[in-house]
Design a protein around this ligand. Structure first.
Ligand SMILES: [Zn+2]
Length: 466
């Protein structure tokens, strides 16, 4: 899409995002009253115009009352319709110019409707929760809603003092005045709008792991009545963190936080530095441990290294699925290859009409995309061998840390680690709908992990054959 003077940035969600400009920082100041579910906010955005002068641009924001809009401190013309705030500055903004946007809005937030149910702000029985993937962010704040437009965030929330407010990032201050408390969080790492998470609830805070031992600070916010089950279910998360740092490289953010909402959630959801689970994911019997691994892995695959648009979603879900298998393999469960055999058997019985590299909006969250994504990663591992595979993964995550990626970028990257061309493998697994045969492991099907320094092996950098 680049080079075209179009505002459409995502073929799956043409109404979301505006590629004519970028936002590099959001400062959101929110007041929320859970009883009446009333939200009032002020957003200050620091942005940069693209290669062409900007006579108008848009933000995505659901149906709130707009109090005021300012661009560089001056009132623009604006219209707010159909979830879009179209803004025409008093004077066009020159190409490449830095500018600020201020928006005041208020109303009763509610989820954005989607084929996958409500997305974004959800009022709970006692509190609220935000899980926006893929297009729920406009349910609570004005944003350039496309995954490639990553920005830092400061989020301040004022709410009755009985509630705990959790957002991704570092808690800067917590100030109580009269009966309300203001929580201020800073997320300095570049963050996609869909990954800005928020929870307002009645929670107990617990620390995971041994903070005295160093490592990534890990905390959790859990309803008091679930604490006994939670401490068993999440006991191995610090070990997962250690494994993933060994396999994928350093955890990309300053801290990792888990919230268990006091309601059931269809699926757990990842946000930046934060994962959200429901009561149904806590059973005291580690019944959802694979999902704990899955959400943690998204911090590398999806959150730090982010897809340029939703066509590439398998790069998030395929790797998060494969991380489940790696955790199983390493923690004494079934090996990744055994799990791949099961997934392959399952997929062989299902309709084969899914192209992994561009599944279409309808199939982007289809269970087959997850399973086949995991299998495609396994096929790459089998082709490269463990040494080259894990070196390739760590390099991928290092080179693209805080950046955005595409499937084509991934295949080009992988080819550098392969002794033989992988075009047929990529074509079969990523671009053709028919299920390829199960890959056979280049290594015995046992827990096999890379030596820390990789070692030479067959997957040296650079193609070794023409
Ligand atoms: Zn996922």
């Amino acid at each position: 899409m680049s080079g075209q003077k179009t505002e459409v940035s995502d073929p799956y969600f043409p109404a979301n995002g505006d590629s004519r400009y970028r936002v590099h920082r959001y400062e959101l100041a929110l007041e929320y009253r859970p009883g009446p579910n009333r939200l009032a906010g002020t957003a200050r955005l620091s942005a940069i115009a693209g290669r062409a002068p900007l006579t108008e641009f848009h933000l995505n924001l659901a149906e709130f009352r707009i109090g005021r809009v300012l661009v560089n401190g001056r009132a623009p013309h604006y219209a707010h319709r159909g979830g879009r705030l179209r803004i025409r500055p008093a004077k066009p903004l020159p190409a490449g110019a830095a500018f600020t946007v201020e928006v005041h809005w208020a109303g009763n937030p509610k989820p954005v409707r989607s084929p996958w149910g409500g997305l974004g702000w959800e009022e709970l029985t006692d509190g609220a929760l935000v899980a926006s993937q893929p297009v729920g962010a406009p349910s609570w704040y004005p944003c350039n809603d496309r995954p490639a437009d990553k920005a830092s965030y400061q989020i301040s929330v004022n709410t009755p003092s009985a509630y705990t407010v959790v957002a991704g990032g570092r808690l800067l201050t917590r100030t109580t005045r009269a009966s309300t408390t203001t929580w201020v969080y800073e997320q300095s790492a570049p963050t996609s709008s869909y990954l800005v998470g928020l929870s307002i609830g009645m929670h107990q805070t617990v620390l995971l792991g041994d903070p005295g031992l160093g490592g990534v600070p890990q905390s959790a916010h859990v309803p008091a009545h679930l604490l006994p089950q939670f401490s068993r279910d999440f006991a191995r998360q610090p070990a997962m963190m250690q494994l993933f740092e060994e396999l994928f490289g350093p955890y990309p953010f300053g801290e990792y936080t888990v919230v268990v909402a006091d309601e059931e959630l269809d699926v757990p959801v990842e946000a930046q530095g934060l994962s959200l689970f429901g009561t149904n994911h806590v059973d005291g019997a580690r019944g959802s441990e694979r999902l704990i691994a899955h959400e943690l892995a998204h911090q590398w695959f999806g959150n730090s290294v982010t897809i340029a648009d939703w066509r590439h979603i398998w790069l998030n879900e395929g790797f998060a699925k494969y991380a489940e298998w790696l955790w199983s393999e390493r923690s004494g469960g079934r090996t990744a290859h055994e799990l791949a055999v099961t997934a392959h058997r399952l997929l062989a019985t299902r309709t084969q009409d899914l192209r992994l590299a561009d599944p279409g909006r309808k199939l982007m969250f289809d269970d087959r995309l997850y399973q086949r994504g995991g299998l495609a990663v396994h096929a790459v591992r089998c082709a490269l061998g463990d040494g080259a595979f894990f070196r390739m993964l760590r390099d991928w995550l290092t080179v693209h840390r805080n950046g955005v990626v595409t499937t084509a970028g991934f295949t080009t990257h992988v080819a550098r680690y392969a002794a033989d061309p992988l075009d047929d493998l990529f074509s079969a697994w990523l671009y053709e709908p028919a299920l390829p045969p199960l890959p056979s492991p280049a290594i015995p099907a046992k827990p096999g992990y890379p030596p820390t320094n990789g070692g030479p092996g067959k997957g040296r950098r650079g193609r070794t054959s023409a």
